[in-house]
Design a protein around this ligand. Structure first.
Ligand code: HXC
Length: 513
């Protein structure tokens, strides 16, 4: 028996060695942790239970039968983060470059199946050279098996993908199917085809970092939701997001205890500039409204004219969607609409109530926007809000113009409570443009057209640039003092916490993709 126990210990030791000391050192030299070190940093101490540590591939091609590593280049299992169960896979770049083939994929699928059956988040730590070239088509099959499960798990359990090294070719599609992507600056990249192929096909000279690094996907493509400073920062972001989201679609997010006291925030009474065209920072409004330092912003440097992220309101986890008047006047464009829509759908799928803070002059005009489909992309945001059944509350701080008024969680599309500050301007369009259109002839025939225009602009503004017409029709539930907003929101979120809405019976909706 002792020999058998020794044999087991030897095997376990071998499986823990990954690709060996030399490759581990190479990994460290690149500023990267190993697959096992990452799990240690991420999970609660001693909570990791490995599954499939003795799995090996069955391939004999190109001498692979002599290159077998226990575990086959991916560590899979379960453990806890802040005492909550998570399933995890961590690709080991020191073993065949973390490349994925039949056995490697089966291990990932196994923990995805367990996560689905047991209702807990799936975390993927990606660091892989992609399809294992020696194994051919079984690698492609393995990827597709994962994609299929990603899709089935979508909206059932949260799926989080950290990119901690290469992620190229079709491999990018598993992270893309998950809820949130976390990339590490300078050591990770994602692209469908690398710089060499790009050079051959389009003659463009581009580095891997420029083509698909964390900064690129944060600022240009919007593919990643977080661009983190280093690996530890990336793993800390994964831990952080879990604080705001539930284990699965049938549970509620964790709610910390909170006693209401003085919730007045007088600084908000002075935050809107006298001049309606002057910008201010919506993040200052957000931080006054939420629990201290609780904002966890998503896609911080992408489509900055809309701000989205998680926060706590009297201990309750909420999702915030806010126009940002400090960037492009807070206008809705293609990228902002898609960013907002995706976030709304995540919150709705996982029972996270939504707070919308609105100051929007409308949709961005122009050929660029029209030709890039502002119609169907704007419709995504409209659709996402309309379909959401979680508690939804809107605060209009200043502008709510045109179609953007409807889209930004108006009562007409199912919001539960809509508040407006006295500075709100709820109208079809801004007074200047409106006066120009409806008083065109009068202005043209006036002795002093400029003066006439200003006069008419003032007349229109006095009539419509306020919240009271909308309040008179019940489109706004209450016009409130800004300093009272936090208290109103705390009470309204409590009042709507048992909200139940049944959507009409259907197979699934057809969001304008
Ligand atoms: C098998 C691989 C591998 C792969 C790397 N290795 N990628 N083995 N299949 N795809 C092995 C290397 O042979 C090497 O083994 C070890 O991993 C480390 O690789 P290096 O090249 O030494 O590392 P580095 O210089 O850091 O370069 C990393 C790399 C490069 C940029 C990822 O290895 C690379 O370009 N690999 C190929 C990438 C690729 O074309 N993959 C297929 C994409 S298509 P030793 O034994 O020396 O340590 C795809 C389709 C998926 O993935 C479709 C899904 C639908």
């Amino acid at each position: 028996m002792n020999d058998k126990l020794k044999d087991l210990s030897t095997k376990i030791k071998a499986s823990r060695k990954g690709g060996g000391e030399e490759r581990i050192e190479a990994q460290h030299k690149k500023g990267k942790l190993t697959a096992r070190e990452r799990i240690e940093v991420l999970l609660d101490e001693n909570s990791f239970e490995e599954i499939g540590g003795l799995v090996t591939h069955r391939s004999t091609n190109f001498g692979l039968d002599k290159t077998k590593f226990l575990g086959d280049g991916v560590i899979t299992g379960y453990g806890t983060i802040n005492k909550r169960l998570v399933y995890i896979y961590s690709q080991d770049f020191t073993v065949l470059g973390g490349s994925l083939a039949e056995a490697h994929a089966q291990k990932i699928c196994n923990i995805m199946d367990l996560a689905m059956k047991n209702g807990a988040p799936i975390i993927g730590l990606n660091d892989s050279g992609g399809a294992r070239i020696q194994e051919g088509v079984v690698s492609l099959g393995g990827y597709a098996d994962i994609f299929f499960r990603n899709t089935k798990a979508s909206g059932v359990v949260p799926q989080l993908s950290a990119i901690l090294g290469p992620c190229a070719g079709g491999a990018v599609y598993s992270p893309a199917l998950t809820d949130f992507i976390f990339m590490t600056k300078n050591t990770s990249y994602m692209f469908v085809t690398g710089p060499n192929v790009v050079k051959t096909v389009t003659n463009e000279e581009v580095t891997a970092e420029e083509l698909g690094g964390a900064e690129t996907h944060m600022t240009k493509s919007g593919v990643t939701h977080f661009a983190c400073e280093n690996e530890i920062d990336t793993l800390n972001h994964l831990k952080k997001i879990l604080e705001y989201i539930p284990q699965n679609c049938e549970e509620l997010p964790y709610h910390t205890a909170y006693e209401m006291s003085n919730e007045n925030r007088y600084e908000l009474d002075q935050i809107i500039p006298e001049n309606p065209n002057q910008p201010y920072d919506i993040k200052a409004v957000i931080s006054s409204l939420i629990d201290v330092d609780s904002f966890f912003e998503v896609q911080q440097d992408y489509a900055e004219n809309i701000v989205v992220g998680f926060a706590r309101m009297a201990g309750r986890s909420i999702g915030i969607v806010a126009n940002q008047p400090a960037v492009l006047a807070g206008v809705l464009d293609v990228n902002a609409s898609v960013k907002g829509a995706r976030f709304v759908r995540f919150c709705d799928a996982f029972n996270i109530p939504l707070l919308v803070i609105e100051d929007v002059p409308g949709f961005l005009p122009g050929t660029d926007q029209e030709w890039n489909g502002i119609i169907s992309n704007g419709a995504k945001l409209l659709f996402a809000f309309s379909e959401a059944t979680v508690p939804r509350i809107t605060v209009i701080t200043r502008k709510a113009y045109g179609g953007a008024y409807d889209v930004m969680n108006s009562k007409h599309i199912g919001a539960d409570m809509n508040y407006a500050w006295p500075s709100a301007e709820i109208a079809v369009m801004g007074a200047k443009g409106a006066a120009e259109i409806i008083f065109k002839r009068e202005i043209a025939s006036a002795k002093n057209p400029k003066k006439k225009w200003e006069e008419k602009e003032k007349e229109y503004a006095e009539l419509f640039a306020n919240p009271y017409n909308a309040a008179a029709r019940g489109y706004i539930d209450e016009v409130i003092f800004p300093h009272k907003t936090r208290e109103k929101l705390i009470k309204a979120f409590k009042m709507t916490e048992n909200k139940k809405v049944d959507l009409p019976k259907k197979k699934h909706s057809n969001i304008p993709l």
